[in-house]
Design a protein around this ligand. Structure first.
Ligand code: SF4
Ligand code: SF4
Length: 163
């Protein structure tokens, strides 16, 4: 996913629920106290830098069509160090299994298997590594932990979490 497009958040405020904001001690998956859902941020001019710097992938990538708009898909996409993270709205933890999302996620996983990119779904506190033909439910993964993949050729055949 490489192209870019000028979009605005409009009536979407989903990242203000799904993302943790360290400066506000706001946990993931809980509305920010400053958010007016579907309208925006009540402290916009004074919002923390991590909010001002945040853009989800839908906002900047026109390969993700309108169906991927986060408040419609219930999914917020971001990049990670080595791939893509798909965060589910806690009110729709299976949103990623619906179409067209499931097929797109599998396609990215297939592309990732060829070029070393990981595709991870975060559903509530669970972290799921997705491969073209399997999913590895890694359970709750702490901030000081990382995923180690077991690879045969280019194929991911196992995954575990280590400190
Ligand atoms: S999830 Fe994306 S589109 Fe929605 S408010 Fe956040 S940055 Fe904007
Ligand atoms: S401070 Fe504003 S932009 Fe940041 S999470 Fe809260 S409502 Fe969203």
């Amino acid at each position: 996913m490489t192209s870019s497009v000028e979009r605005t958040c409009g009536d979407c405020t989903l990242c203000c629920k799904l993302m943790a904001i360290e400066a506000l001690a706001k946990p993931a998956n809980a509305w920010c106290q400053h958010c007016k859902p579907r309208h925006g941020c009540a402290v916009y001019a004074a919002r923390p830098a991590e909010c001002a710097d945040f853009t989800c992938l839908w906002l900047v990538n026109d390969l993700l069509d309108e169906r991927w708009k986060p408040n419609r898909s219930k999914l917020v996409l971001t990049t990670s160090e080595d791939g893509i993270e798909v965060r589910c709205d806690p009110g729709a933890l299976n949103a990623w299994r619906r179409e067209p999302y499931a097929s797109d996620i599998r396609a990215w996983a297939a592309e990732g298997e060829r070029n070393g990119m990981t595709v991870v779904v975060i559903a509530g506190q669970r972290l799921i590594l997705v491969t073209p033909d399997r999913e590895f439910d890694l359970g709750i993964v702490g901030q000081d932990e990382r995923i180690v993949r077991e690879i045969e050729g280019t194929k991911v055949v196992g995954a575990r979490v280590v400190n």
